[in-house]
Write a protein that binds this ligand. Structure first.
Ligand code: NI
Length: 158
């Protein structure tokens, strides 16, 4: 396993659309392991492959609860319900935090790293994380949907 280099604000790759995964091979398993390690190193709750420079529809999420890291390959949101106003940040925008509106609940389908088709019904932070990470797969980032007047910019430590 290895820590991958994160892509940050201003890197055009963050605006690109990721491609469907066609085969879950050893290379993909290594990418998944590295993404989990990278997410943990930077204390993130989620990471999309594009954030380490790989345009594949792969997302890892870890809420640091009993479920452990969740790996979503080719995820699709099939239903949303309600709204929640939430504080949000992103490992690619390490100094920015803001409020955004996300669905209160989502149902998503995906393939897990063993190739099994899965369906998850999520609410609260998991719903937020799924929406945030799936946006990355379509080249969308949270700073484009922040609620006016809620952006906080934290000066980086020198
Ligand atoms: Ni993000």
């Amino acid at each position: 396993m290895a820590i991958r280099k994160l892509r940050y604000e201003g890197d055009d790759i963050l605006k690109k659309k990721s491609r469907e995964v066609e085969e879950i091979d050893d290379k993909l398993q290594t990418l998944i392991d590295d993404m989990i390690e990278t997410m943990h190193k930077y204390n993130g709750v989620g990471l999309a492959a594009v954030q380490v420079g790989i345009l594949k529809r792969v997302v890892v999420i870890d809420l640091y609860d009993d479920n452990g890291p969740i790996v979503l390959i080719n995820p699709v949101i099939i239903k949303t319900k309600g709204e929640q106003e939430v504080d949000e940040g992103c490992l690619s925008f390490p100094n920015k935090f803001a409020k955004v509106i996300r669905p209160a609940e989502v149902i998503a389908e995906y393939t897990n790293r063993n190739g099994k088709h899965m369906r998850v019904k999520a609410k609260e932070l998991l719903a937020q994380a799924i929406c945030h990470e799936l946006d990355h797969l379509d080249g969308e980032v949270f700073v484009d949907k922040i609620l006016p007047g809620t952006l906080e910019y934290i000066e980086p430590e020198k």
